[in-house]
Design a protein around this ligand. Structure first.
Ligand code: ZN
Length: 256
């Protein structure tokens, strides 16, 4: 199988392609396209989270220790005081890094259900649900970027399982790009999660009639004209810049 650095290189390659397409084909903003890049790279190393004690698993739980409390605050709590935010960040980090990581490794094995197509679908669903205030098609592209990165990882594991020089297949061949694991319990659990997610999305998410590039932009930052821009502070200006498309940004700063 491919090692961590090879997966990271594959993820960066995939994330870069997704970012270029999002910028030049869909005209997404800097923040949107950077999110697509990060999700593509994250997806490409995520399957090795099941390898207890490995560098990727250690690193991924560090990242999740930061992401889980941020997602929780974003979804359920807002306008908290700084003390409360610090408490949630520290508590969430310790809870994820030590408790969730222990439970996760207790119930998974390397190259089990986490290295499978159903896991790739679940991770896409989780990304879609995590971005609650984002427009439908943008969330869908985020989810596809992460699932795509995940499938890149599984494909690389399968390719590296083929020993071309000795014209034979290694034992790991066929354990990554698969629809099930050896355990009936974890396979059933994965498909039950997918069915629950599908029902939730079917009853709670409305599919807009057409893909709207404008709608795809970050709705929390208002579009400002050049005149209004002069009256804003540096923080607002920075926020506006990163929520602009590349052509708008170039026009703003490199207009002769
Ligand atoms: Zn792997």
């Amino acid at each position: 199988m491919a090692n961590y650095k090879q997966h990271l290189a594959g993820g960066i390659f995939f994330g870069t392609i997704c970012t270029l397409v999002s910028v030049f084909v869909f005209g997404f903003t800097i923040v949107n396209s950077l999110t697509i890049f990060i999700l593509g790279v994250l997806g490409s190393i995520l399957p090795d989270i099941d390898c207890d004690g490995s560098t990727p698993a250690h690193m991924l739980f560090e990242v999740m220790g930061l992401l889980v409390p941020i997602l929780f605050l974003n979804r359920f709590l807002s306008n908290l005081s700084l003390e409360n935010i610090i408490f949630f960040l520290v508590f969430g980090y310790i809870f994820t890094k030590f408790f969730l990581s222990f439970i996760f490794h207790r119930f998974t094995v390397h190259r089990g259900i986490v290295h499978s197509i159903p896991a790739a679908v679940i991770i896409g669903g989780m990304v879609f649900l995590a971005f609650k205030d984002t427009s439908f098609y943008l969330k869908l592209i985020y989810a596809l970027a992460c699932t795509g990165g995940f499938i890149v990882h599984l494909t690389m594991d399968e390719i590296w399982a083929v020993d071309i020089c000795n014209n034979r297949l290694k034992n790991s061949f066929g354990t990554a790009l698969t629809f099930w694991s050896h355990s009936l319990v974890t396979t059933s659990a994965a498909y039950i999660i997918i069915i629950c997610m599908a029902f939730h999305l079917y009853y709670n998410v409305k599919i807009p009639g057409s893909f709207d590039i404008e709608e795809g932009r970050c709705s929390t930052v208002p579009e400002l004209t050049h005149e209004k821009l002069k009256n804003t502070g540096w923080a607002d200006r920075f926020l506006i810049d990163i929520n602009s498309t590349w052509p708008t940004l170039c026009k703003r700063y490199f207009k002769s």
